[in-house]
Write a protein that binds this ligand. Structure first.
Ligand SMILES: [Zn+2]
Length: 461
């Protein structure tokens, strides 16, 4: 089956494809706001109808929250079986006054980087989701069939914490099984550089309170002999770090962390990441992380222990001569490689407890949230096949990148469905996702569709 005919079809159908995306963008499917519940339902219906129109057996599936959309095509045939994931819900639009147009009345606008589709969800994730659907439409139109067996899986609660996702995956694990998940909800590392996100950092949260005296004390009566929990907590937080090297000084913190292979570092060095822009845009003149690692390695491949909140004592107007009874600290860690959140939590807690002064107590929060890093198995042949397909389309070497954040669905695909994920997305950093005036480059949409057409072809080689 010829790929060229499919690519030509995509080019001639681009304006119709853009119109279809506009229709989907007009549906205000804000998942977090109950006022838009019906709109979420409408968006799911729209997708079902659209998938059906290209011969995919699709249905809307109820959950306690917003519905899932599940579709199947070619599954009794042969060829590799992929599960494609995207989400049709969007973020709220406020502050509305910062939008140059109605967020749900999308339009094409010319910008210095070429035409863009402006509107809520254009990039995150309706535009990205539709790149895959349009690629399938073109394959079907030209050849009547697809090069892969495909399960479509669209979620409507991604922007509101995915409360129905885990139970749905558990209940429908047999139906959703495939060889590999494809996820289109990520960015390119820099404009025009095709990217496959191959590692996402995991996360660990913890929170503690240090308690000193039974009650807040007068610093005239107890100042001197009194133990001050704010001083305790400051000293302990300081001890989390080696100030010389920028490393975390908690014993065993780096267990399970692996160095980045040389070939991957080579790709990262040439990926067009603008370090100065990344740092300067937020007012930094230099990176402040671990010495000996590049800014990208610090962001993608190294773990962190971050203090997110530190408080206690008197914070009102004027002054108060108090030795507070309590001091509080919220921390989060970003995890990489094989770091285990539960083991790490134990090490951090021990670090704190070992350093407490006599008469100080620590109380831990018991919200034990944590997720491991997702490290994609890029030795699977599908990854190199997709990298080749992307390099052909964008006329430049595609890169296996990392991501500093996490995408929970990838972890659930692995733990519940046993599925590796491949994350390919065409968004740009200036797409303003979650912000006013969100946009998606027409080039991202067009070449994104062509990229998926090529990837589906390459997966079947
Ligand atoms: Zn998204």
């Amino acid at each position: 089956m010829s790929l060229d005919d499919v690519l030509t079809r995509i080019d001639t159908d681009l304006s119709a494809a853009t119109d279809r995306l506009m229709e989907l963008l007009r549906i205000p499917s804000i998942s977090t706001d109950p006022a838009y519940k019906a709109a979420c339902d409408t968006a799911a219906d729209w997708l079902v109808t659209d998938l059906q129109s290209i011969g995919i057996a699709a249905e809307k599936r109820a959950t306690p929250g917003h519905p899932m959309v599940v579709g199947h095509v070619g599954e009794d045939g042969d060829g590799p079986h992929v599960l494609f994931y995207g989400h049709y819900d969007v973020q709220p639009v406020d502050p509305l006054n910062l939008w140059a147009r109605d967020p749900f009345d999308p339009a094409i606008e010319d910008t210095e980087n070429g035409p863009v589709i402006r509107g809520r969800g254009s990039s995150d994730d309706k535009g990205q989701l539709m790149t895959f659907v349009e690629a399938c439409r073109a394959w079907k139109a030209v050849h009547g069939t697809l090069p892969c067996r495909i399960t479509f899986f669209f979620e409507g609660e991604e922007e509101s914490g995915s409360p129905s996702l885990v139970p749905f995956l558990e209940e429908n694990a047999a139906e959703l099984k495939a060889d590999l998940a494809l996820v289109c909800d990520t960015s390119m590392v820099s404009r025009g550089v095709p990217s496959i996100a191959a590692q996402l950092r995991g996360m660990l949260k913890d929170e503690f309170t240090i308690i000193g005296p039974r009650i807040d004390l007068h610093s005239g009566h107890y100042g001197g002999p009194g133990l001050n929990p704010l001083r305790e907590i400051s000293r302990i937080v300081d001890s989390f770090y080696d100030q010389e090297t920028g490393r975390v000084a908690v014993e065993g913190f780096y267990e399970g962390v692996h160095e980045v292979p040389a070939e991957q570092l080579r790709q990262w060095e040439g990926c067009g990441f603008d370090e100065a822009e990344y740092l300067n845009s937020v007012g930094y003149t230099q990176p402040h992380g671990e010495q000996g690692y590049s800014t990208l390695e610090q962001q993608w491949a190294r773990p962190t222990l971050e203090v997110n909140g530190l408080w206690g004592g008197y914070n009102g107007a004027g002054s108060k001569t108090v030795i507070p009874s309590e001091a509080h600290c919220k921390i989060t860690c970003r995890l990489v490689g094989d770091m285990d959140p539960d083991t790490l939590r134990g090490k951090i807690r021990k670090h704190v407890e070992d350093r407490l002064s006599p008469d100080a107590k620590v109380v831990w929060d018991n919200d034990l949230e944590g997720s491991r890093a997702s490290v994609m198995n890029i030795t699977r042949p599908e990854f190199e096949a997709a990298r080749g397909a992307l390099s052909d389309e964008w006329d430049r070497e595609a890169v296996f990148t990392g991501m500093g954040g996490s995408i929970p669905v990838v972890g659930y695909f692995k733990s519940i469905l046993g599925l590796d994920s491949m994350l390919v997305g065409y968004a740009n950093d200036d797409d303003a996702i979650h912000s006013p005036n969100e946009k998606y480059d027409v080039k991202s949409f067009h070449k994104g569709i062509r990229s998926w057409a090529r990837i589906l072809d390459a997966l079947n080689k």
